[in-house]
Write a protein that binds this ligand. Structure first.
Ligand SMILES: [Fe+2]
Length: 336
């Protein structure tokens, strides 16, 4: 069990922080929130530091892979130390909701978020939006040739020119969305047709965008926020985004939160969620992670298509929770 040492370390840190709190703080009531975070430390630690100060709370974080943390939360159940789960995708949140491990979130918080980006049952909500997108090499592909659907990529003119990252979590969520939108047989058919069309495997989204820049591949299935970093370093980087029309290729997933039913401080957790939804935190995600804000009135990431202009498919994100089914299908198609 590789989670055990981690948990021991966290318990130790918690004990240390509690003694620190009692020793130094005049306010013996200082609350400690425990967050399980599938979002990377580099990405959100600065925001959490600010939240600690602004909210006067201690925040303990156990960082990890979203899918692995979801499994840990299921195993720990009622005994978990987690107050809040901050996941990288809606599927993991949907899994915990289905297993009845989450609490309902107050409607004053839910109502701040576009209904596409929260659970219909009200047990999770998005904090930022992440779009699936095609990136293409602008020297090698003419605009008029760009596909309108992910099915176009299975045609002979794209043979050997398309890249994907099958072990990547976002790619797998995309396949799950396709299963929900188009059904199992059609998704299997698409995966096999992509393989037959000599799709190129890459390790992750970053390596796809790099390969696109080198002209090693012409079009890649990625998330919207990777290209921004390349363009920041080199405004002439020859890669641009392109959105397909209302299929899984232009799906918007979320990174979001759920309140665990192991918490004994729901009010404090909700205060923290409210903090993540305030305009300054929402702007942080647009600026620092190039993700889309989920509350209205906050500007989106620079140099990216506004959310309102992306023709997203109509998919209930809470249904994107069958990762094992997707892995099984990817294996059946010979993709993994
Ligand atoms: Fe990513």
């Amino acid at each position: 069990m590789k989670t055990l040492p981690l948990m021991k370390a966290s318990a130790g840190t918690l004990a240390f922080m509690l003694s620190w709190g009692i020793g130094l703080s005049v306010n013996a009531q200082t609350q400690t929130l425990t967050i399980y975070s599938g979002r990377g430390e580099k990405l959100i630690a600065p925001l959490l530091e600010k939240a600690k100060k602004d909210l006067g709370m201690n925040i303990q974080v156990r960082y990890g892979d979203t899918a692995e943390l979801a499994i840990a939360l299921v195993e720990e159940g009622k005994n978990s130390r987690a107050d809040l789960f901050f996941a990288q995708d809606a599927g993991a949140l949907g899994t915990l909701e289905k297993q009845k491990l989450t609490l309902p979130i107050s409607s004053n918080l839910l109502n701040q978020v576009d209904s596409r980006f929260r659970s219909p049952q009200g047990h999770w909500l998005g904090i930022s939006g992440r779009a699936r997108v095609l990136n293409y090499n602008t020297n090698l592909v003419k605009k008029a040739e760009l596909p309108t659907s992910i099915w176009d990529l299975t045609k002979p003119n794209w043979r050997g020119k398309v890249a994907w990252a099958p072990t990547n979590g976002s790619f797998q969520s995309f396949v799950t969305a396709m299963r929900v939108l188009e059904g199992e047989p059609k998704t299997l058919q698409w995966l096999k047709a992509m393989k037959a069309n000599q799709v190129q495997d890459y390790r992750n989204n970053t390596s796809i965008v790099e390969a696109l820049g080198r002209g090693e591949t012409q079009i890649g299935l990625v998330n919207n926020y990777y290209l921004a970093n390349f363009l920041k370093d080199n405004p002439k980087f020859p890669v641009a985004p392109h959105y397909t029309n209302q299929d899984a290729g232009s799906m918007i997933n979320i990174a979001g939160v759920a309140i665990m039913n192991s918490t004994k401080q729901k009010a404090a957790v909700e205060k923290f969620i409210g903090y993540l939804l305030n305009p300054s935190s929402q702007a942080y995600f647009a600026k620092e992670t190039n993700e889309y804000p989920v509350v209205s009135g906050v500007a989106g990431p620079a140099n990216q298509l506004p959310l309102s202009q992306i023709k997203t498919p109509n998919v209930n994100l809470t249904n994107l929770n069958d990762l094992p089914g997707t892995l099984e299908l990817l294996q059946r198609a010979g993709v993994l």
